[in-house]
Design a protein around this ligand. Structure first.
Ligand SMILES: *Cc1c(COP(=O)(O)O)cnc(C)c1O
Length: 240
């Protein structure tokens, strides 16, 4: 983990790069939100980022996240779930996360909607899309996205806000561009087909190695871990 003082410096550097990438394509930098991915790092790392003014964090494992959320209660932080959600954790996840970015099938959408209704919560949700068909990756097939979007809109206890993607790991940042562009084009087609634009406003795409390319292609949320908190050791286990 980076030292607390380095976390503040790293955050400022990432924010500056976000600004520059947005300006390169004539976008307003305030239209890009930085989700600081704190998975595998202790609550103390999140505290350092919060002390530097950061408020939005991403976690990929529900259990690990719940512990940090509890420890850091009172700091006014909001949390995004960016890893796969198992049905048996839907209830606790629905109440704890302000945004669940990994809705990729009807079964989990229905679980989250029911759990959120029972908890009196209304989390934002994103539909995670799989465009590259990698065995190891989660996400809805492109052909299933439209139905999932319609069903999310019809689910009263969730607020559909957009789409999310984790493309194949790039050798160079430019490798990710076609995937980011395809996600944006998929969103545009859904809106052209009648989905209210406000329901698909967010595009969550881009990580430490390619967030600038993602911003150039229209990302409204970038999920950045390593560039803020340092290298993960050991690497994050696959999500629960
Ligand atoms: C870990 C993770 C990130 C952050 O990755 P970095 O390369 O450390 O920036 C972003 N999105 C998802 C879904 C992740 O699991």
């Amino acid at each position: 983990m980076a030292f607390p003082e380095d976390i503040a410096v790293n955050l400022a550097a990432v924010r500056r790069r976000i600004d520059e990438a947005a300006r390169r394509v004539q976008r307003d930098p305030s239209g890009v939100r930085l989700i600081a991915v704190s998975k595998t790092f202790p609550a103390q790392a999140v505290r350092a980022a919060a002390a530097a003014g950061h408020r939005e964090f991403g976690e990929n494992r529900v259990q690990e996240a719940l512990e940090k959320i509890e420890t850091l209660r009172g700091l006014g932080l909001s949390w995004h779930l960016i890893g796969p959600l198992q049905s048996n954790k839907a209830r606790r996840a629905s109440a704890a996360f302000s945004c669940i970015e990994t809705i990729d099938r009807v079964e989990i959408l229905d679980k989250v909607n029911a759990a959120a209704a029972a908890a009196g919560a209304r989390p934002r949700v994103l539909v995670q899309v799989d465009l590259a068909h990698e065995d190891t990756k989660h996400g809805a097939d492109e052909s299933a996205v439209s139905d999932l979007v319609q069903r999310a809109i019809a689910s009263p206890a969730v607020e559909l806000a957009g789409l999310m993607i984790v493309p194949p790991f790039p050798n160079v940042p430019e490798d990710s561009r076609p995937w980011f562009r395809q996600l944006r084009e998929l969103r545009d087609r859904l809106v052209a087909a009648g989905v209210p634009a406000a329901r698909l406003r967010e595009l969550s795409m881009g990580m430490s190695h390619d967030f600038e390319v993602a911003i150039e292609e229209g990302a409204t949320m970038v999920r950045v871990g390593t560039a803020i908190f340092g290298k993960r050791t050991p690497p994050a286990a696959p999500g629960t």
